[in-house]
Every structure is written in C-alpha cells, then in structure tokens.
Design a binder for this molecule. Structure first.
Ligand code: GLA
Length: 334
C-alpha cells in the first residue's frame, strides 16, 4: 500500500492598518498575501520529522508532546507547539517545509508555519478554532503573548480582499480592494518578536485596562484617568488606532484613497510616537515612500521594532519593494 501524501500551504499576511490593537480585542485590517509556507510529505503514525529548505537542521519529535518549548532546533517549536495544543488529535508526518515569506519581517512567517503545521498534523477545525489553537501554540512554545490577527488572517484570507476583523467578537468583514491601487511591502530589517519589547507593550496595555477598563470601549475622556505618561501614550495609540481602522475600511469602500493614505500615515506616527514600536530606518523609509508621486500612504506593519513597511499606491506609481496580492486562506494543495 502506498503511503498517504500530505501537501498544504499557508500564506503570510500584511496588515494595512490596525497594529497593536488585536490583543485588547480591537480592530485590524490585514490581508493574506501571495507568499507561502508549504509542507509536503507523507502521513506517519506517532512522530514528526520535518526538514526545511531554509534551515540546516531538521526537526524530530514524538507525539503526543508536552514540552514544545524544549524542542531543538528552535524553529521546530512552532510546529511542536501546535502538536502539543492538538494533543491526541495530532497525526504524525514526515516531510519538508519550504517558505517564500521572509522570516522575522513582520509578515507572519510564524503564524504561517503554525497554521500549515496544524493542517499537516491533521487539524480539521474551523478557521477561528484553528487560529485560536495556533495563537495558544505560539505562547506555549516561544512565549510570545500575541493577539489573534496573524493566525486568523492566515486561516481566513480571501482573494482580492482585505479583512476587517473585530478581534473581540471574532467577526470578519471582507472588503474588496480597489482595482486601481497596489500594495507594496518594503523590507527594512529582520527582528524577532520573542526578543523584542512586544510582551512589554502587551503588559502596558493590560495596565491601562486595569485603570480604565477594556481599551476597545475606551474614549478620549476615559484616557484622562491614566496618570502614568507611558501607559497613557500606549492607551492613546490603541484608542486612536481602532478609530483609524474603522475610518480606513470606510475609505477603502468609498474609494477615498487619499484619506485612506492619510490614515496610514497617522497610524505610523502613532506607532512611532505613542507606542514606540517604529525605528529610525522605518520612519525614514515611510518618509521616502510618501514623497513618491502616486503614493497615498505608508506605515510600519505588524509588531514593529524592525520588519517591513507597507505602502498604498496608485497602480501606475513607481515604488521600490514587492507588490503583494490578497490571496485565499491556508489550504490543501496538489
Ligand atoms: C504581531 C502579533 C499580532 C499583532 C501584531 C501587531 O504580528 O503576532 O498578534 O499584535 O504584532 O499588530
């Protein structure tokens, strides 16, 4: 009898606006992009053996697994974390992973690896359940207390659409992207969220919520009750960013790209000044991009502290970087 083949792919994502809002149940506006992590192999029983085209050492572990954070080489922790969360539902495989998403660039290479691993391990849950499972796996295996945006975008992407996601209700409203724009990603620097101040930002938002309640429900007057300057700035970013996401989605629907671009620039400035997740190189890249003819707006995207900027431009504009297209969610492939 021939061995059962498995083949799955998972897209990366770029977030057009709404960063550092997901882990307080706010709004985000990402899209899945045409860069992929792929696993191909054969079904086995109680173990995972995965080689990588990008990494020298393969990953091997037995399932069920209870300590995914101990797996070496460390890239295997994302896979093992998902297996650990699936417990007895996880099925083994022997295969190879390939990736065209730049690693550590803020384009969700981690979430893509988690979701494609879930599929390879036999997960058949809903896009929301799979995203939640992968989000738990990331915390358990590499200690990043991330929100749900990345995993949910990877499991729910829709071709030619960005997704307006309410991260509290877990509702997704697809918004068709206008035909006459392009979305360009510019890589600035590699970084690791696990060794960045990401967790500190999450803690600062929690501290704000202890004072004024859920940030997703907060308004300008409630912010005035925060006396600590840093916490106030973090909270102000989140409250203003949620409103920008609402406005941006409306502008994309009505085709007001000029205002949409302006909102991206305001988002970038808020991430730089209030949330302090930008870098001088990213600020410089945004400034250069928005000075180009035909560019509506640009901003840092994702967790920050390095990574990429995203640019919204007229289809005819000349802009450095990779043009990305909105694609469908992770799936089985030929
Ligand atoms: C990372 C996290 C997401 C989100 C972004 C910032 O990509 O994984 O959950 O918090 O940063 O918006």
């Amino acid at each position: 009898m021939s061995e059962a083949r498995i083949s799955y792919q998972s897209p990366g994502r770029v977030n057009l606006i709404g960063d550092h809002t997901d882990y307080t149940g706010g709004l985000v506006f990402p899209m899945a992009i045409d860069r992929y992590t792929t696993i191909r192999g054969t079904r086995t029983t109680a173990s995972v053996h995965l080689r990588s085209q990008n990494e020298p050492e393969p990953v091997k572990f037995q399932i069920p697994i209870s300590s995914p954070d101990q797996v070496t080489p460390s890239w295997g922790r994302y896979v093992a974390g998902v297996a650990a969360e699936m417990q007895n539902r996880a099925q083994g495989f022997d295969g190879e992973v390939a990736c065209t998403i730049p690693i550590g660039a803020g384009l969700s290479s981690s979430a893509a690896l988690e979701v494609v691993s879930a599929l390879a391990l036999g997960d058949t849950s809903t896009p929301i359940e799979c995203a939640k499972l992968c989000q738990r796996a990331e915390l358990r295996s590499v200690g990043v207390p991330c929100g749900i945006m990345d995993q949910l975008t990877v499991t729910s992407g829709i071709r030619d659409h960005a997704l307006l996601i309410d991260c509290h209700e877990l509702t997704i409203s697809p918004v068709q992207l206008p035909n006459d724009v392009k979305i360009v990603v510019q890589f600035i620097t590699e970084r690791k969220l696990s060794s960045s101040s990401y967790a500190e930002r999450v803690a600062q938002c929690n501290a704000a919520e202890e004072i004024i309640g859920p940030l997703r429900l907060a308004n300008w007057s409630s912010l005035a009750n925060i006396t600590d300057k840093t916490i106030f700035h973090r909270a102000r970013h989140v409250v203003s960013e949620n409103q920008r996401v609402r406005d941006f989605a409306a502008m994309m629907c009505s085709g007001d790209l000029k205002t949409a671009g302006q909102l991206m620039i305001e988002s970038h400035n808020s991430l730089d000044r209030d949330f302090e997740t930008s870098t001088p190189q990213m600020n410089n890249a945004v400034a250069v991009a928005i000075a180009q003819p035909g560019v509506f707006g640009a901003r840092m995207t994702g967790g920050g502290f390095g990574g990429c900027i995203v640019i919204l431009a007229d289809i005819t504009a000349k802009v450095d970087g990779w043009q990305v297209r909105a694609v469908n969610a992770a799936s089985q492939i030929e």
